[in-house]
Design a protein around this ligand. Structure first.
Ligand code: SF4
Ligand code: FES
Length: 259
């Protein structure tokens, strides 16, 4: 039923926007009291301008303070609130309730393939271990010519521009069926972040990273299912980046414009 809530100062009320009740069915898990996760439903009154993150806040603040999830920026930047919403990996802070089918319950659960800690929280350490392994930092032995800047042309910057946008949310890696079945696979996010440095004309560590990714748990595990590209909230062409790294491994060097 459509209702209006008396909430002074609420911009949706001031704009005359109608509220509606939506049901969230959340996969809950408490390691101290449960052996298996259970699904629990909550009805919440929301506005079309609200996001799934707002619904989770409302549940936590008004119905069940024990509901656990990660979030920080609430604006698609920190990457901490990736979760499965209606079976698809998304950021809760970037998913508007009105863009989902609100005639049906909204299913929310933790991302897959990483150890479940509590409710919507997983242990991200295996994910960050793979990220660290590809050496995600500039490797440069020489001082810049003027002692200040390592100059790069627009064309040289363009080849890795897309992969600079990664916010390490793990939506790609945890949507990959290979990662679900083989916990050793580096996963798309680590390869995206390797790409960001392999194709950087100022970097000297490409050979080391290509060697790391030529490992049996490296790029060749990718089966090009495109789940990663579909899941990425930053719109990064993840599968394309992986293909470019595969080509660089085969040729022994990345293809970078000389100027
Ligand atoms: S590539 Fe996209 S989905 Fe994967 S970790 Fe980076 S931002 Fe998240
Ligand atoms: S809370 Fe920071 S990306 Fe969603």
């Amino acid at each position: 039923m459509t209702t209006m809530t008396e909430e002074p100062g609420n911009p949706s009320i001031e704009a005359g926007i109608a509220a509606f009740t939506v049901t969230l069915i959340i996969r809950r898990f408490d390691p101290e009291t449960m052996s298996e996760p259970i699904w629990q439903d909550f009805d919440v009154e929301m506005y079309p301008t609200d996001r799934v993150l707002d619904a989770l806040h409302k549940i936590k603040w008004e119905q069940d303070g024990s509901l656990s999830f990660r979030r920080s920026c609430a604006h698609g930047i920190c990457g901490s609130d990736a979760m499965r919403i209606n079976g698809r990996n998304r950021l809760a802070c970037k998913t508007l309730i009105k863009d989902l089918d609100i005639s049906q319950p909204i299913y929310v659960e933790a991302i897959k393939g990483l150890p479940l800690e509590k409710d919507l929280i997983v242990d991200m350490e295996p994910f960050f271990a793979s990220y660290r392994e590809i050496q995600p930092f500039l490797i440069a032995s020489k001082e810049p010519k003027d002692g200040k800047e390592r100059i790069q042309s627009v064309a040289q910057r363009a080849v890795f521009d897309d992969t600079t946008k990664c916010i390490l949310c793990a939506a790609c890696t945890s949507s990959c069926p290979v990662f679900w079945t083989d916990g050793q696979y580096f996963g798309p996010a680590a390869i995206v972040n390797a790409h960001r440095f392999i194709f950087d004309s100022r970097d000297e560590g490409a050979a080391v990273r290509l060697d790391i990714l030529n490992d049996k748990e490296g790029v060749w595990r990718c089966r090009t299912t495109f789940n990663c590209s579909e899941a990425c909230p930053r719109g990064i062409e993840v599968t394309k980046a992986i293909a470019e790294v595969k080509n660089a491994v085969l040729s022994g060097r990345p293809s970078i414009p000389t100027a």
